[in-house]
Design a protein around this ligand. Structure first.
Ligand code: FUL
Length: 496
C-alpha cells in the first residue's frame, strides 16, 4: 500500500472515474471530437466575427437596388472616391475585413475586366483608368483588413446569361479577381438568380436552373485552386451559410451544423436560421444586414441609418449567437462612407469597447466540479485567458458539470460570454446560469447552443458568485471562454 501511495506522489499516477490510469498531467488524452468539425479555413473565419460589405456600383448613381443591366457606364462617376476613408471607417468600427460588390446583378464591373465593356473602364471616373477593386484591396492591406469579393452569378447585362458561354465568362472574371488583387479571404456567391434583364439588348426574362446551370462544384474548384485559404459563402456553403434573413439575426438555438444533401445555392432557406442538429457538415451562418434600409446608398435614407442601439442588438443576436456579422456600409455618390453612418458606428464601437475591454472574471477565482484527468492542460483557468486554443474539459463520463466564479465581493454585470473549443465540434446542447442570492443559487438565464460564442445579455445583476451549469451535452463539454461584463449603463437593453 505504502508503495502505491509513493508511486502516486512521485509520478502523479491516479485513476479517476471514467478515465484510464494516467501518469503525469501531460499525458491525459483530449476528448474525442463530436460530430462534424470545422476546417482550418473555417476556424480562421470564425475568429473574424465581424466584417463588412461595401455595396457600390451604378445603382449608387441611379438610385436603384437592382440595376436592369442597361445602365450607361458613364453614370458611374464618384466625385471624391477615397478607399482609405472607407476602409478606415470600417476598421474603427472593429471590422476585420471588407467584401466589395465587384459585380452586382447589373453586371457592371468595378474593375477593368478584359472580358466586358460594361465596367469602370468606360466610365468618366479617373478618365476610365480607375479600378475600385484595386483601390479597396490595397487600402485593406494598408489598414490590416482582409479583402473579399462579391461576384454576382446573375448578370442582367450579359447577352449570354442563361447559356453555357456565360458560365465561362463568369469563371474568367473569377480568375481575374483571384489573380490580380492579392489575397482574398472570401468569395461571396449571391443566391438571387434569373428573371428579367437587358441581356445585351434582348430585354427579356431568362430563367436558369440553379442546381445545374453554374456547375458549382467546378466553379468552387477555381477558388480552391487559386485561393486555397479563402472561404466561400452561399445559401448552401460550402464554407459558411446564409442565415436565412437580411436582418442580421441568427436563430436561437444556432447550430453550426447542417445536412447538406439536396441543398444548393439559391435553393431552400429552410433551417438556415437555426442550423440542423445532428448535421452532416460544419456550415456556420453569416448574418448579413445593411446599416441602412437599402443595400446601396440612397440620399433619401440618410435619416434611416440604424442607431447604435439597433446595431448592438444585431451584434448580440449574430456574433453573440456564434455567427459572423457582415454589416453593409454603402459608399455614397462621393465614394465615401456618409457622416451619419460614421456617427452611428462610432458610438456602437465605443459601447462595445467599454463593455468588453473589462472582463470582471479577472478578479474571480474559478472552480470546476470536474477537470479532465485532473490535468492542468484542461484546467478551468483556461476559460479566463482569452485564448481560443486553450480550453477546460471534463472526464468523458461527466456531461453535466458546473463552474463557479467567486469574486469575494459584489460585482455588477449584465453580459456573460461563453465559447466552445471548436476543433472538437459543437458539443453543448443546454446550459444555465445562476447568481448567488440571499444564501442560495438562483437561475437568471438559460440557453441551448454555444458554439463559437454565446453572449447572454440581460438585466444588471449584482452578486458575489456566478455559476454555470452545463445541463445537456451528449459528450463531455470543452469550453474555451467564460467571461462577465457590464455594459455602460445608458445602453441597458430594453426590458422584455
Ligand atoms: C441579395 C441581393 O439581391 C441584394 O441586392 C444584396 O446584394 C444582398 C446582400 O444579397 O441577394
Amino acid at each position: 500500500m505504502k508503495l502505491v501511495l509513493w508511486a502516486i506522489m512521485c509520478f502523479g499516477l491516479l485513476t479517476l472515474p471514467g478515465t484510464v490510469a494516467v501518469a503525469g498531467s501531460d499525458t491525459v488524452p483530449p476528448p474525442q471530437p463530436f460530430g462534424p468539425v470545422p476546417t482550418d479555413r473555417q476556424l480562421r473565419w470564425h475568429e473574424l466575427e465581424f466584417y463588412g460589405f461595401l455595396h457600390f456600383t451604378v445603382n449608387t448613381f441611379t438610385d436603384k437596388e437592382w440595376g436592369y443591366g442597361d445602365e450607361d457606364e458613364k453614370v458611374f462617376n464618384p466625385t471624391a472616391f477615397d478607399a482609405d476613408q472607407i476602409v478606415s471607417v470600417a476598421k474603427r468600427a472593429g471590422m476585420k475585413g471588407l467584401i466589395l460588390t465587384a459585380k452586382h446583378h447589373d453586371g457592371f464591373c468595378l474593375w477593368p475586366s478584359q472580358f466586358t465593356e460594361h465596367s469602370v473602364k468606360n466610365s468618366p471616373w479617373k478618365g476610365g483608368r480607375g479600378d475600385v477593386v484595386k483601390e479597396v484591396s490595397a487600402a485593406c492591406r494598408r489598414h490590416g483588413l482582409k479583402f473579399g469579393v462579391y461576384l454576382s452569378p446573375w448578370d442582367r447585362n450579359h447577352k449570354n446569361y442563361g447559356r453555357p458561354e456565360y458560365v465561362t465568362y463568369y469563371r474568367n472574371q473569377l480568375r481575374e479577381l483571384l489573380t490580380n488583387y492579392g489575397n482574398v479571404f472570401t468569395v461571396w456567391f449571391d443566391g438571387a438568380n434569373g428573371g428579367d434583364g437587358y441581356y445585351g439588348g434582348a430585354r427579356e426574362k431568362r430563367q436558369i436552373d440553379n442546381r445545374v446551370y453554374y456547375d458549382w462544384e467546378n466553379t468552387w474548384g477555381i477558388v480552391r485552386e487559386l485561393m486555397p485559404g479563402a472561404v466561400m459563402f452561399s445559401d448552401a456553403g460550402p464554407d459558411f451559410r446564409w442565415v436565412g434573413n437580411e436582418r442580421g439575426i441568427a436563430g436561437d438555438p444556432c447550430w453550426a451544423t447542417m445536412n447538406i444533401a439536396g441543398r444548393y445555392p439559391g435553393g431552400s432557406s429552410a433551417n438556415l436560421n437555426s442550423g440542423e442538429r445532428p448535421g452532416t457538415q460544419w456550415l456556420p451562418p453569416e448574418c448579413d444586414v445593411s446599416i441602412r434600409p437599402g443595400w446601396f446608398y440612397h440620399a433619401s435614407q440618410d435619416g434611416q441609418v440604424k442607431t447604435p442601439r439597433e446595431l448592438l442588438d444585431i451584434y448580440y443576436k449574430s456574433v453573440g449567437r456564434g455567427a459572423c456579422l457582415n454589416l453593409n456600409l454603402p459608399p455614397d455618390r462621393r465614394g465615401r462612407i456618409h457622416e451619419d453612418d460614421i456617427r452611428s458606428l462610432t458610438e456602437f464601437r465605443r459601447i462595445l469597447d467599454a463593455t468588453f475591454s473589462h472582463d470582471l472574471t479577472k478578479r474571480a477565482t474559478l472552480t470546476a466540479s470536474n477537470t479532465r484527468g485532473g490535468s492542468k492542460q484542461f484546467a478551468p483557468k483556461n476559460l479566463l485567458d482569452h485564448k481560443r486554443n486553450t480550453y477546460w474539459a471534463t472526464d468523458d463520463n461527466v456531461t453535466a458539470p458546473e463552474l463557479v466564479l467567486a469574486f469575494g465581493k459584489p460585482v455588477t454585470f449584465n453580459v456573460v460570454s461563453l465559447r466552445e473549443y471548436l476543433p472538437l465540434g459543437q458539443r453543448v446542447e443546454g446550459f444555465a446560469l445562476d447568481q448567488f442570492k440571499d444564501g442560495q443559487w438562483v437561475e437568471f438565464a438559460k440557453g441551448t447552443s454555444i458554439g463559437n460564442l454565446r453572449l447572454v445579455r440581460g438585466d444588471y445583476l449584482t452578486t458575489e458568485k456566478v455559476r454555470l451549469r452545463i445541463t445537456q451535452s451528449p459528450v463531455c463539454p470543452a469550453l474555451a471562454e467564460f467571461g462577465l461584463y457590464a455594459e455602460p449603463s445608458q445602453t441597458r437593453p430594453p426590458k422584455h
